[in-house]
Design a protein around this ligand. Structure first.
Ligand SMILES: [Ca+2]
Ligand SMILES: [Ca+2]
Ligand SMILES: [Ca+2]
Length: 145
């Protein structure tokens, strides 16, 4: 049996990202490099599974990052991915971040689910929020200034 360095149940010889736990092996641009490792696919992969931190990969081509956090129930009810800060207890926005993480100071209370989306910024131009499950670009209703 082969070695499985990151213990994601996919042996190193088959793993498209040997050093990062990615059991689903997703590879959005089908280049053989898994989304969890690929910093050239335009997808800003959120890697953190920690409770009080949002962490993402340093995707190439951006100099800063905007982080949008929100209440999943509000997203389901309204379709709003970027919820105005203060509009609900879980809505939060971090703009112009130059690290690859933000501390998440407002973890959700029991029974609530919080989500985070990260965009990249280069030359004053912000990337999109990706697409929804139907392939439609997510709208940014409350972008960072
Ligand atoms: Ca892996
Ligand atoms: Ca890839
Ligand atoms: Ca990427």
């Amino acid at each position: 049996m082969g070695e499985d360095s990151d213990e994601d149940t996919v042996h190193d010889l088959c793993d498209d990202c040997i050093s990062v736990w990615n059991p689903n092996q997703s590879d959005i641009d089908h280049n053989g490099v898994g989304d969890a490792c690929d910093v050239n696919d335009g997808l800003i992969y959120i890697s953190s599974t920690e409770k009080n931190k949002v962490e993402w990969q340093p995707e190439n081509g951006f100099t800063s990052w905007n982080v949008y956090e929100g209440d999943l129930d509000v997203l389901r009810a309204t379709g709003t991915y970027t919820q105005a800060p203060g509009s609900n207890p879980l809505a939060f926005r971090s703009c112009g971040v130059t690290d690859y993480w933000v501390d998440d100071v407002t973890p959700p209370p029991p029974g609530k689910v919080k989500f985070a989306l990260v965009t990249g910024v280069f030359g004053g131009v912000e990337s999109g929020l990706g697409t929804n499950s139907a392939g439609v670009p997510r709208a940014n209703a409350n972008p960072c200034p």
